[in-house]
Design a protein around this ligand. Structure first.
Ligand SMILES: *Cc1c(COP(=O)(O)O)cnc(C)c1O
Length: 465
């Protein structure tokens, strides 16, 4: 499978190249040149497969020649064997219509593990072949950081620098990153918000001062992450009767990665009735999808910090695909956004999006009410992000005969204060995270200043082998 950049001028790469690169060197994001299609009978034949086998089948066309099918399945078994639930991503019924897809049974308690446990193994596989080394630079609004660190800590040939906005991630989220003391792990708390951290990371990819490093990305700008997330849309829909029956999904959204994976599933042929984009008050995606207005406001911190984002990187992938895959036109559109922090969707983009996506913005009281509803009506404690998804699922205008699956993106114990405030119940950390609150922390603190962060990384990184 060939991978092309959304901005049209970066080199075409294979799956291995796109995975190692992360970001395209023209500032765009890699996408497969075309969408592999599965027929209804291909889809029906996947019903009942164990998760790792389903994963290998769904991902095989994207991986192409880069990994043999047998090896791909072995990697999936290794990645998903770590999960604390045999079903890997179990479905839980809330009432006649609403379901939760629990994506938080991995080592760091958020859905990011589903993709990053595999990505860590893919990096090791590809670097083992070439003997090269890789420096991963990432920014996190809370959950990507810990999941990426868990996936690469102590692995050969890889080191990781992870930026998080100081004071804007929860204590559990921070400690899950900063208590990993492996020498190839470097945490940096920076002044400013997540969008500023993410912008710094993007800039470093083109910075000659870091030219001695082979940089890669683990944010959801890395295609391999999205690919791994496509799998659980198939897993859930198959259990609820796909391909004969249509299913809707409600997705707590920040960087538009998780919900874009749902879009990919539809392009592969999975009959999804609607993808509901759930946002908090940081609602750029809701404004873009409902009114064509993609303009970034100030980030407002909320109890769902992983969604406190005003620049949703992966939205670019959707705009590219809906706009006829015209890289030059998209480069111009994104260039305008980068200059003005605002742009309008074209008619084709708006119409294409409206055919599949709905969006709902949740206020804090609606999020709290959804946590209470899940607790009182179904005996389920959900985290603030999941609650936003659940609110959106209940508010969206969808045929009542269609089941709606809300993606449960984090374990409630990652956000114990917010959950307790809303429900009166304090969720407990599962034993697999161990003694998180007594372990030593290690991280650098730097101002939100690009040069300072770049220089610190240049000083602490190991030049490529
Ligand atoms: C990352 C994250 C999100 C947002 O996912 P995107 O792929 O960035 O849209 C939502 N909820 C939780 C708990 C997360 O960690």
């Amino acid at each position: 499978m060939d991978y092309v950049s959304t901005r049209g001028s970066a080199p075409v790469l294979d799956f291995e190249g796109a995975t190692l690169a992360g970001l395209a060197n023209d500032g765009g994001l890699y996408l497969p040149r075309e969408w592999p299609r599965l027929s209804a009978s291909n889809i029906a034949a996947m019903r009942g497969l164990p998760y790792a086998e389903l994963a290998a089948r769904v991902m095989a066309p994207f991986v192409g020649e880069s990994i043999t099918p047998e090896r791909l399945q072995a990697l999936c078994e290794q990645a998903y064997g770590q999960f604390a639930h045999d079903a890997v991503t179990p479905l839980v019924q809330l009432d006649a219509r609403h379901w939760l897809l629990e994506l938080f049974h991995g080592p760091t308690l958020a859905f990011k593990d589903v993709a990053l446990q595999l990505l860590g193994l893919l990096f090791e596989e590809f670097l083992g072949r070439s003997g090269e080394s890789l420096t991963i630079i990432g920014a996190t609004s809370g959950d990507t950081g810990s999941a990426a660190i868990d996936a690469v800590a102590g692995r050969e040939g890889v080191e990781i620098f992870m930026l998080h906005p100081a004071g804007l991630v929860s204590d559990v989220q921070r400690r899950q990153m900063t208590t990993v003391l492996a020498p190839n792990v470097h945490n940096i708390a920076i002044g400013g918000d997540f969008d500023q951290a993410q912008a710094m990371v993007k800039r470093m990819f083109g910075d000659p001062a870091l030219g001695a490093l082979r940089l890669s990305a683990v944010n959801s700008i890395n295609w391999a992450r999205l690919m791994a997330q496509v799998v659980y849309y198939f897993a859930a829909a198959l259990q609820l009767g796909a391909p004969e029956r249509r299913v809707a999904f409600s997705v707590p959204t920040g960087n538009f990665g998780d919900v874009f994976a749902g879009y990919v599933a539809t392009r592969m042929g999975l009959p999804i009735e609607r993808l509901i984009v759930a946002t908090n008050v940081n609602d750029i995606l809701h404004r873009a999808l409902s009114a064509g207005d993609y303009s970034a406001g100030e980030v407002r911190p909320t109890a769902a910090p992983s969604m406190d984002i005003q620049v949703s990187s992966n939205f670019e992938r959707l705009l590219f695909d809906l706009g006829g895959r015209d890289g030059a036109a998209l480069a111009e559109q994104m260039g305008e956004f980068e200059r003005l922090r605002a742009m309008r969707l074209t008619n084709a983009q708006q119409k294409g999006a409206a055919a599949l996506f709905a969006s709902v913005r949740a206020e804090a009281d609606e999020m709290n009410e959804a946590m209470r509803w899940a607790c009182e009506h179904a005996g389920e404690i959900v985290d603030p992000h999941t609650a936003i998804g659940l609110h959106a699922a209940r508010a969206a205008d969808i045929d009542p005969a269609i089941p709606i699956v809300t993606l449960a993106t984090a374990h409630p114990a990652k956000f114990p204060e917010a959950v307790e405030r809303a429900t009166g119940h304090r969720p407990h950390l599962p034993s697999r995270v161990g003694d998180l609150f007594v372990r030593e922390e290690r991280f650098a603190e730097l101002p939100g200043d690009y040069d300072a962060v770049r220089d610190w990384i240049a000083e602490h990184a190991t030049p490529r082998a």
